[in-house]
Design a protein around this ligand. Structure first.
Ligand code: CP3
Length: 345
């Protein structure tokens, strides 16, 4: 049976435009909160394939999306490379031993050895393959090397990125050494997710917009393209989605290139601009501003607007970044059904 989401990624004819939401398995769902409470905390949940599988499937049953995204986190990668990760309530992720010196980096496990430690992720994917309906696709994912490196260097979320940017301008060779090590782990990680059963993979560069346009290729995009090339060489039929957040100026200047299938458009980038610059080369995914989910009216208006731009083009509906925890479930359902309604052929 064909999967509508995979077909859309490959620009094949579909009965309507498929839809999913970034961060669709999460805190806005009471059912998620219940399973997380059983697990004790978020990381335990990531480490438990049965429970991770259960929360991955919840948004399919509850809000009716067309694809499942593996429940995990981008930060399990540096965690398994040997960094000490904790998710602190009300604060977010924290690495207690951020990278400051060459020795800190050299201590970390690299390459396939690090990717081999993420067995619970592959186990979750294998379970999902047994449990997901045949027509629903499973999306695997990773963080982009740059986005992962920001957490590995800063030790936590940041508004200014001053530690990694200090490195970018005063010791770029060392930043490249970190990015190289992370890229090599991610390449193996992506292949192993695909071999476990992921139908599609997405690379999240959530903090792309922290880099000035003239430096973006050098410190982020080229590593993402290298990962996509590596996947495409081994598994050309597996769609690859790139999601660099906040890169309107990068698109505007025709700086996007690479061998991948779908470009994820963030909510700050006009869909019409993305269509003009990228629509002939890549299927576009996105891009409703996630806060529109607080109003059904604002949601419908946006979905209709996106549809009028993307009608007849390669398109997948999504938000332009993750859904927030206090969005009413009913409004998320409304978004999904409106996307399916307006695009029905
Ligand atoms: O999309 C999905 O439903 C799949 C699961 C998923 C999570 N994180 C679960 C999660 C995915 C794809 C991610 C990716 C992720 N994680 C990114 C890239 C995407 C993006 O949103 O930009 C980033 C930057 C992270 C790092 C991260 N994880 C942060 C900064 C935080 C804390 C902030 C927050 O939203 O709470 C997390 C925690 C996290 N990851 C939660 C979930 C469901 C919340 C944990 C909880 O249950 O309390």
């Amino acid at each position: 049976m064909s999967k509508i989401f995979v077909d859309a990624c490959l620009r094949k004819e579909t009965p309507y435009t498929p839809v999913w939401m970034m961060r669709q398995a999460g805190r806005y769902l009471p059912e998620y909160m219940e399973v997380r409470a059983q697990a004790g905390n978020f990381l335990n949940l990531c480490h438990d394939p049965e429970k991770a599988c259960e929360v991955t499937i919840q948004p399919l049953d509850i809000v009716g999306v067309d694809a499942a995204i593996l429940f995990s986190d981008i930060l399990v990668i540096p965690d398994e490379m040997g960094m000490d990760l904790e998710f602190i309530k009300g604060f977010g992720p924290k690495f207690h031993d951020p990278i400051k010196t060459e020795e800190d980096l050299d201590r970390l496990i690299g390459g396939e050895e690090a990717a081999n430690k993420l067995t619970y992720v592959y186990e979750t994917i294998k379970l999902l393959k047994q449990k997901l309906p045949e027509d629903k696709a499973l999306i695997g994912f990773t963080g982009a090397p740059w986005t992962l490196a920001t957490y590995m260097i800063e030790g936590q979320g940041t508004k200014t990125y001053n530690l990694c940017k200090k490195m970018m301008y005063s010791n770029p060779e060392f930043l490249h050494k970190i990015l190289r090590k992370v890229t090599d782990v991610v390449k193996h990680y992506m292949i192993k997710q695909i071999e476990a059963g992921a139908d599609v993979v997405q690379i999240f560069d959530s903090w792309a917009s922290a880099i000035e346009v003239s430096k973006y290729d050098e410190f982020s995009w080229k590593y993402m393209v290298e990962i996509a090339d590596y996947i495409k060489e081994k598994y050309p039929e597996i769609p690859v989605i790139m999601f660099p957040k906040g890169v309107a100026a990068f698109i505007e200047r025709d700086l996007v290139y690479g061998n991948f299938d779908v470009f994820g458009v963030d909510w700050g980038t006009p869909m019409a601009l993305a269509k003009e610059k990228l629509g002939s080369k890549y299927v576009l995914q996105g891009n409703m501003e996630p806060c529109r989910l607080y109003s059904k009216e604002a949601t419908t208006q946006c979905v209709e607007g996106i549809q009028s731009i993307m009608q007849g083009e390669g398109h997948i509906f999504n938000l332009g970044h993750g859904i927030l925890p206090d969005v009413p479930v009913e409004n998320a359902k409304h978004f999904v059904s409106e996307c399916q309604r307006v695009s029905k052929k």
